[in-house]
Design a protein around this ligand. Sequence first.
Ligand SMILES: *Cc1c(COP(=O)(O)O)cnc(C)c1O
Length: 356
Amino acid sequence: MKVHNFYAGPSVLPESAIQETKNALDNFANTGISLMSISHRSKEFVAVAEEGERLFKELLDIPDGYRVLFLGGGASSQFMMVPYNFMNKKAAYLNTGTWANKAQKEANFFGEVVEVASSKDSLYNYIPKGYNVPTDADYFHITTNNTIYGTEIKQDMDCKIPLIADMSSDIFSRPVDVSKYDLIYGGAQKNFAPSGVTFVIVKESALGRVERAIPTMLDYRTHVKADSMFNTPPVVPIFTGVQTLKWIKALGGVDAMNKINVAKANLLYDEIDRNKMFVPTINDVNDRSIMNICFVMSPEYKELEQDFMAFATEKGMIGIKGHRSVGGFRASTYNALPKESVEALVAAMKEFESKK
Ligand SMILES: *Cc1c(COP(=O)(O)O)cnc(C)c1O
């Protein structure tokens, strides 16, 4: 049976990226050595890492003066590295979900944290608007896509102070005006590569402005200077990530990717809105994520939640159970999820409705 992978992360990757990785695990770049066993300083792997930075820059149209780093530690380590490197006294955070909140919590170790707005009181089902960002804060941190709750900030905002974004779950899903950010980071395992590598896009001139001493491994300048090879980087996930970037490029880049993603998301949201058995958890259409689509049973069909789960599972849907803090269902429709998978889910929803 064909399976449809809606997992939120680790999650679906392009078939070609998986295939190329399999081949390289046998024989990497005709070296006769497995990708697992090659030195990260071999010319063959250095070429892969360089291609990774080059493709990041090309696909996201990253201006001069920025570097792309491939680190370990996950997005969660960035929650601490960001304030370590950017916060002198005060930082501003937008609390739009579990991950945003975790990022904010880490900043408390380094100084005063201003929560400019929060949607926590209504289970994070909207993106706050009309807030003020204090101009004396060292930076403003946002989470562009809230993986658990299914809201997304889809436009790059203007900000008077340095803007820093966690783009773990929507990187490469749309064009980004990188010039508006001092730093963008994310864990790989949502839209880029297997878990194990963390990407960081950083404006070089923004570094070195804090007074505190920074331990070597936690200082972005260490990794800038060493081209992400100060210590051993996650070789295998970086390789797979580069294959993902090649796949995006071949499809026409992030503009093309965005069109496909919007079409997939609309297909599913339209069905959730139409089908009497389901309701969306995010009502403001502008705030709806195109990457993580959350929905629950309509109140009158609440007791059928397990039935639908079993029905969809039988039809090959994997990973549609909503996060425990939201309940219901979450379909993650990342870049590599084929449109056919969304169509299959929509068909299952229609069939389930027609049977009741
Ligand atoms: C998954 C996720 C994280 C956590 O990433 P790790 O790599 O597991 O630390 C952080 N932020 C967002 C938005 C996420 O989706």
